[in-house]
Design a protein around this ligand. Structure first.
Ligand code: ATP
Ligand code: MG
Length: 178
């Protein structure tokens, strides 16, 4: 069987992009793959998944999660220069890890938002994904994935919003939303 690293994109307006990436992380870890998750939006992640990853990491060290420290959801809360510096650091970290050969699966969680808010340019994103070693599986999550990223991807799933409890005013539920 040919081993080929896949470029995978989870996008769309429905819930499940990060959840599906975490499901993939669980399957890969169970198969003995080394998995790294990089969070591009600090605070987008919660204790549920962090506790799970910490527990799995203690078992064999083959999974890890890092916050890239962008710490934003939209522009305006901090000055532009600070955002740019954080984005540059995040890109460098992602690049280092992608080229390190230490991982079989890397998830760039919410990276599409960093691109959407123009903190990472289209060229920087494409150059990052092109740097991956042949056998590395790379997942990019977040709404509004760029057409050029979708073009290059091997596997693209669009989560489509049919219903979300939020629309009925139901508050976020522990274990489901966080
Ligand atoms: P999840 O992390 O639950 O898989 P996601 O990665 O698909 O969600 P994001 O765009 O990263 O979605 O949004 C993060 C947060 O917004 C999560 O708490 C998620 O439950 C919530 N969310 C996702 N989709 C919707 C939606 N269509 N309406 C309202 N809230 C949503
Ligand atoms: Mg998400």
């Amino acid at each position: 069987m040919e081993e080929k690293g896949l470029l995978i994109v989870h996008t769309g307006d429905g819930k499940g992009k990060t959840t599906a990436a975490l499901g993939l992380a669980m399957r890969a870890w169970g198969d003995g793959l080394r998995v790294l998750i990089l969070q591009f939006i600090k605070g987008g992640w919660t204790y549920g998944e962090l506790s799970t990853i910490t527990a799995l990491k203690e078992i064999n060290g083959k999974i890890d999660v890092r916050q890239c420290g962008l710490g934003f959801t939209k522009k305006g809360d901090r000055d532009e220069a600070e955002h740019r510096a954080a984005a540059k650091k995040a890109l460098e970290l992602a690049e280092r890890e992608i080229e390190s050969g230490k991982w079989d699966l890397i998830i760039l969680d919410e990276i599409n938002y960093a691109v959407k808010f123009s903190l990472i340019s289209e060229e920087e994103l494409l150059s990052l994904v092109e740097k991956r070693p042949a056998a590395l599986h790379l997942v990019c999550t977040g709404r509004d994935a760029l057409p050029s990223l979708i073009d290059r991807a091997d596997l693209v799933t669009e989560m489509h919003l049919v219903k979300h409890p939020y629309q009925k005013g139901i508050k976020a539920q522990k274990g489901i939303e966080f």
